[in-house]
Design a protein around this ligand. Structure first.
Ligand code: NAD
Length: 391
């Protein structure tokens, strides 16, 4: 029992443990949720990638706008049950102009995502940011600034101001930020464990930067206290506290100094988008949302890109990198995860680019040490990654 907090304080909170699936046991079960817009296009590409990697039982289900069209709701109980019974969930994207409405009672595609997060108890959102060397010129930052950047944002996903009491009356509005010690403790453990495993995995690391606003906010002071107390369990991991405004600045001035950024829901929402732009394209960013004893949810960060649906030009790489996270964190196949990541890097080094990646800043001289860029669509990019996997 913890003396200060009594029995309610979870002394043993488990780090994410993938459901272990061995070949002798059964095939890994993946619930695929293609969703809307380019979601089905990138998920179809991911299924081809999975077929090239091994044997997986993949079942597809509706979520988001397509589920609203079919069932009147963005997530049915049957689909949530199917996801809960799977080993991992792979999602494309949801939403689009068809379902945008000012009617507060109209069902919204995003409710599917929130329902999945809640229903699967996904409290940790992981977003790795490792700009590809071959795409360094696509970053809005100078190459010398981003060189060596390899960071992971660990964001708390189910608490804080997004879930607190809110209201509006008499020309006044309020949103309330609430955090419990338990909520902070479990996400902080995720951050420390991630830093430890990155260091063991040979990535630079072993450092947690806990981001808060402890000079102003009481929730941040509880956050800092709780993280600090936990640090004694992780003597091998370096811990620093940085105020959120300072963190936002350092992410663009010296991103390579970070390893694991551990932060609460709203700060994480904003900082992870800022960090994401270091890579230069939305089409490259994967994410994982994890809980305890439940399947994780793996999805590209981008949306349904209604402007390019059906053109065959959607970049599938963020979804492939999400598959890599699924293999690592969801299915306990770190070797396969590394193979996928290496294959993605290899095709970029060969100069292959979907249109979203072929943007070069006007006036910037071409990089002489890289091969010429070749514009390709979803299919060719997928073929090339699979070819690299099979080398
Ligand atoms: P978006 O990410 O869909 O698109 C932004 C821009 O990036 C567009 O120009 C798009 O063509 C481009 N883009 C995005 N992904 C790409 C890819 N894989 N390859 C090539 N180009 C790509 O964001 P948006 O336009 O703000 O939103 C469109 C819809 O998606 C909205 O309905 C929004 O609510 C929804 N959305 C869903 C998610 C999700 O499912 N997790 C996330 C963000 C937005």
């Amino acid at each position: 029992m913890n003396e200060e907090y009594g029995d309610a304080y979870p002394v043993e909170v488990q780090w994410w443990r993938p459901r272990r699936v061995t070949a002798a046991d059964r095939r890994p079960r993946i619930a695929a949720l293609p969703g809307d817009g380019i979601g089905p296009e990138v998920v179809a590409a991911a299924r081809r990638l999975l077929d090239a990697l091994g044997e997986f039982d993949v079942t597809e289900h509706l979520v988001g706008g397509c589920s609203i069209d079919e069932h009147g709701t963005a997530l049915t109980d049957e689909v949530l049950d199917a996801c809960a019974a799977a080993d991992a969930v792979l999602l494309g994207a949801v939403g689009g102009p068809k379902w945008e409405s000012t009617d507060p009672d109209a069902p919204r595609p995003e409710q599917g995502l929130l329902g999945l997060r809640k229903g699967l108890g996904l409290y940790a959102n992981l977003r790795p940011v490792r700009p590809s060397v071959a795409l360094a010129h696509a970053s809005p930052l100078r190459e010398d600034r981003i060189r060596g950047t390899d960071l992971l944002v660990v964001r708390e996903l189910t608490g804080g101001i997004y879930f607190g009491d809110r209201g509006r009356a008499d020309g006044e509005a309020h949103d309330t930020c609430v955090y419990t010690v338990e909520e902070i403790d479990r996400i902080a453990r995720t951050g420390f464990e991630a830093a430890r495993s990155r260091a063991e995995g040979g990535a630079k690391g072993g450092k947690v930067t806990s981001v808060d606003k402890a000079n102003v906010l009481e929730t941040s002071r509880l956050w800092r206290e709780t993280v600090e107390r936990l640090a004694s369990d992780y003597g091998d991991v370096e811990l620093e506290h940085v105020l959120v405004d300072n963190a936002a600045m350092q992410l663009v001035s010296a991103p390579a100094r970070f390893d694991v950024i551990l932060t609460e829901n709203m700060f994480g929402d904003i900082l992870s988008d800022e960090a994401a732009m270091l890579t230069g394209s939305l089409g490259m960013l994967p994410s994982a949302s994890l809980g305890e004893d439940r399947p994780g949810l793996f999805e590209p960060v981008h949306g349904s890109a209604p402007d390019i649906v059906g053109t065959g030009m959607a970049n599938p790489l963020a979804t492939f990198l999400s598959v890599a996270l699924m293999l690592r964190y969801g299915l306990d196949r770190p070797g396969d995860a590394e193979r996928v990541e290496a294959a993605v890097e290899a095709v970029l080094e060969r100069g292959l680019r979907t249109p979203d990646l072929s943007w070069v800043e006007p006036g910037r001289p071409p990089m002489s040490d890289l091969p010429a860029e070749v514009e390709v669509g979803t299919e060719e990019m997928t073929d090339a990654v699979i070819e690299e996997l099979q080398r």
